[in-house]
Design a binder for this molecule. Structure first.
Ligand code: ATP
Length: 381
């Protein structure tokens, strides 16, 4: 979904040992009494990144964002921006601004006054203020709508007013809490691209909180996945999706078949896992860092599982037999739940490449499921 030309994905400063991060969170944590909302989090974010904080409800994403903004005082650790310790600096003196989930627009004020509100503390003269407002409205493609009230705008336009208000002070970092959650699905998708274009144009670092994994993958240069107050993995969307480090990450991003077993052989480049549930061995292309006898989990994405009515060919290819238990038509693809002999259900997605009203593979059909050894990831059980 991301255009290859976007600098935020082609430049990878996090891979350059000489590159200095713009934002450093050092052992940052927040406790409320005995409850730890955020554990000791370490993160480095580079200038110009679109960095997403993702995780289930209550995992601590908003608390982390608010510590960055200065609205929540950390119980431990430091927030450093451009080399300056911001931990004790109040929110309005930090080079960051925040766009809230609800947009928090004043209903009685015009769009221009809502946007200009962001300049209040700067005490600018009237002409300079107006010029900055006009520029900000142009930037979010709302030029000419300054005289309207928020209720005279669409949801997408209201979101852009909130963005203009947050950007008008030219912060170094823009923090966005669920920036697209108030929009319907179709609008959310187009607004994702607008947000990416805008971020590229203004060159400001964006840190985005979202619980929507698809949104995080479409938008971000990198993603930090959070679970119960901890960051469990940081990586590009493709790293997090294709190479999840834990079962939690594999399961949280998209759909994953998680198949447990015991390592039967571990040669470099090929690990054999004996799965009692499936009554067969699975092969995983892996560096072989596991020991024979170790309990492991094989994670395989449904789109990497092929379905066929006849036995698939190929040496050391993972191959299971089962019966179609459930199937769902989703337009662009169909999803199949296949029950294997041992009772384990495996999910496979099939792309609907041709127009047809018939199922080539139907309910109760006997089918083969197969995938290459390099399509699966080996994780701790
Ligand atoms: P959501 O996606 O639902 O907004 P989140 O990941 O942003 O969730 P946070 O709002 O950061 O989660 O909250 C993390 C945890 O800290 C939650 O369990 C929440 O109940 C708790 N928490 C947040 N603020 C406070 C507070 N002021 N006092 C006590 N507990 C709090």
């Amino acid at each position: 979904m991301i255009s290859a030309q976007r600098p935020n994905v082609t430049e990878r400063p996090w891979l350059d040992p000489a590159a200095k991060p713009q934002i450093v969170l050092e052992g940052i944590g927040k406790t409320y009494g005995a409850f730890t909302a955020v554990g000791s989090v370490n993160l480095s974010i580079y200038k110009g990144e679109m960095f997403a904080l993702v995780g289930a409800s209550g995992c601590g994403k908003t608390t982390l964002l608010r510590m960055l903004a200065g609205f929540v005082t950390p119980s431990a650790g430091r927030v450093v921006i451009d080399g300056v310790d911001m931990t004790e600096v109040p929110p309005y003196e930090r080079p960051v601004n925040m766009m809230f989930q609800s947009y928090a627009l004043f209903p009685h004020m015009t769009v221009a006054d809502n946007v200009g509100y962001g300049l209040k503390r700067l005490r600018l003269d009237g002409a300079t203020r107006q010029r900055r407002i006009d520029e900000a409205l142009e930037m979010v493609q709302l030029g000419g709508l300054g005289a309207r009230k928020p209720h005279q705008l669409s949801g997408g336009q209201r979101q852009r007013v909130a963005l203009a208000r947050a950007l008008i002070r030219r912060p170094k970092v823009l923090l966005l809490d669920e920036p697209l959650s108030a929009l319907d699905k179709k609008l959310r998708e187009s607004t994702q691209f607008e947000l990416m274009d805008l971020q590229y144009e203004v060159g400001i670092t964006f840190v985005v909180v979202t619980h929507d994994q698809d949104e995080a993958m479409a938008l971000s240069s990198r993603i930090a996945v959070m679970d119960r107050g901890a960051v469990v993995q940081v990586g590009t969307p493709a790293e997090v999706y294709e190479f999840p480090r834990t079962r939690f990450v594999a399961d949280f991003f998209g759909t994953a078949n998680l198949l447990e077993g015991t390592v039967a052989a571990a040669e470099p480049g090929l690990v054999t896992v004996r799965c009692a549930d499936l009554g067969c061995d699975l092969y995983v292309d892996d560096a072989g860092r596991v020991q024979v006898g170790e309990r492991v989990c094989v994670a395989v994405r449904p789109e990497k599982v092929q379905l066929s009515k006849s036995p698939p060919a190929g040496e050391r290819r993972n191959r299971l037999k089962g019966v179609v238990w459930e199937l769902g038509y989703l337009g662009s693809r169909s999803t199949y739940q296949v029950k294997t002999a041992g009772g384990k259900v495996v999910t496979a997605f099939a792309q609907n490449e041709r127009r047809t009203l018939d199922w080539s593979i139907d309910w109760s059909d006997e089918v083969y499921l197969s995938w290459d050894a390099n399509a699966a990831v080996l994780l701790q059980a």
